[in-house]
Design a protein around this ligand. Sequence first.
Ligand code: GLN
Ligand code: ZN
Length: 778
Amino acid sequence: MARLASNLGFPRMGAQRELKRALERHWRGDATQEELLAGAAELRRRHWALQRDAGIELIPSNDFSLYDHVLDTSVWLGALPERYRTAERGIDLAGYFAAARGGRLDDTPIAALEMTKWFDTNYHYIVPELAVDQHFELTSLIGASAPKPLAEFAEAAAAGVHTRPVLLGPVSFLLLSKLYGADDGRADGLTLLGRVLPVYRELIAALADAGAESVQLDEPMLATDLDDEARDAYAGAYDSLRSAAPSLHLVLTSYFGPLRDNLTLAASLPVDRLHLDLVEGPDQLDEVLGVIPDSMALSLGLVDGRNVWRSDLVEKLTLARRVVDALGADRVLIAPSCSLLHLPVDLETEGPAGDHLGIDDEVRQWLAFAVQRLDELAVISTALELGDDAIAEQLNASSSAAAARRASVRVHDPAVARRLEAGGPELEQRLSPYAARREAHRARHALPVLPTTTIGSFPQTPEIRKARAANRRGELGDAEYHELLEGWITDVIRRQEEIGLDVLVHGEFERNDMVEYFGEHLDGVVVSTNGWVQSYGSRCVKPPIIFGDIARPAPMTVEWATYAQSLTDRPVKGMLTGPVTILKWSFVRDDQPRSVTCRQIALAIRDEVGDLEKAGIGVIQIDEPALREGLPLNEADRKEYLDWAVAAFRLASSGVADDVSIHTHMCYGEFSDVIEAIAAFDADAISIETARSNMELLDEFASYEYPNEIGPGVWDIHSPRIPDTEEMVQLLESAMRVLPADRVWVNPDCGLKTRGWVETEASLRHLVEAARQVRASL
Ligand code: GLN
Ligand code: ZN
């Protein structure tokens, strides 16, 4: 057993996404609650055993969730809103899933709680909805033996594994919550601290009674900018928790960034161990060593919990030894930077590399997924205890993999480097300002005022998914597959003409995912066969792995756009994913700044834009839905990010003549932090998600006096509901109260790939009719 090795959390889904399948079977009604729970318990047992067998000394429990750990926290705190409870006011599994994903409860339709991104990751959590007079009370789901953290601790113990329960800490929980019912309409979750602490106290005391030796309190908010109120809350909260269970080791965990201004605060809290993310914040170590009290141990977040690069053990050991020398080995633990939730499970389950898909042998030796991270933790801690000789073989392998990666010609493409150097800001500038471009667009395409369009994708029917999968497996030949694609494109063009849309799209049927597709077609990127990471609930994504300099060996989308354009006289919009979004939704290389990688992607997209232009495409949309979520957690880092993100978009989009209209699209509103950057994109038009918020999101654009064209979404495509014409007329009219009519587009909120054809056709007809009516009233 590697005495110092500690883990903070393990992926929940299972190496073959067993949890996803079990959940979806249960939701479809094909598996009972008992079957689901038994499957989940089996996964937990397997993951505990796996960690133990890997030599991890401190193994987490309660890191598992059937949906989301923040929702679980709301449940054990007894803070799920009344409407999700049963008649007896308890919470059962149906109520839990209703809160998570909406649906029907007691035969009435019920909406889910709000969901949003977990810090700057692509994991989503369920936002706790609390009342100003919220009551909290230690709670078990109906049918469970105990509140979840206790139940899972006991379950692990029964399986022979002593674990460290993981809790989302009280201050982060409250700061991540939304508080309703305050007089002025807004109040801060922290006002509930006094109410929530007794429940935390009761729980940790019960955990201590049950035999827990330590508890991990996750406080990732410590990596963000905090005001004085929040800092005071930390001091008060941890004093209170400390006294609740004096013998229990409290491990305070922060991650996703350095502690910065909160470092002294964190080191002053009465906890036994402080966990540091030394991957995102390696530079904080000296300062920490300077302030850490003698009573406190350090958990070193040495190996990356959210990126896939194999650790360079020599480098990690050097860092760890510095701390061991300063504090002594008994005050050091070796851990991943954050929970391994954000990594695929096991590199060993990767299939062989195929045509577009799979990790080839060269790249594979540079990678580590969650299971490989456990091995790294064990190896590092063994070396600290027994010396390097004990791990000579692993050290060698790690060093030669690191050297191979540094030297690989697939990582370093001199042509890309030369091109990057050659192109400066002059490439980031359209030929003429927007006003002149607009005249050129009008001369090229005669569009009505309030032109109608869609965001790009059309329903991906089971037939389409099946054919695409068969083609990937090599069971459906390329020629037949292409014929099928042409058939679907023909069909979708006919339908759009018939519906009466003005600017058409080819439907994106060839794409599994808006980032993965481009990952498969770019050099310097591999797409795994099984590298799934939980995004929300049962939904997983497979982020491409950007390992080297990016180049575009051949056009990626031109064939489909030109085929679509050949079928119609109306303009067809070329559809691309932007450089910031490709970067954000991939695993990115750690050997050069993200800004450089982003610029390389931008050059590849620029080439694609140029080829679309040459092929006669006059409207090109470059989606950047991830711009906002890429925003750094700390204010101090934001300007730099936005500067290079804007430059990358402009580099990708500016190489065209004035008469090409560049569109962009963003979803998940909240534009206040990025509105200036969006304006600086200088896209000719932007479509955004506004229907659900009743056009509220538009205020930001109106008060900023956004200078170019805007397509405020008038149909919330996230629900199967078909909005009627009148509703869309009203949304449009309220948009036009703040936007000039001659710069408004009419479109849905987002792409339609998850919708069915029935609601798509009906809603789009209403949308076109709404545009006509409003046009007529002008
Ligand atoms: N063009 C993409 C689509 O229509 C955009 C998706 C997105 O914004 N996430 O599916
Ligand atoms: Zn969207």
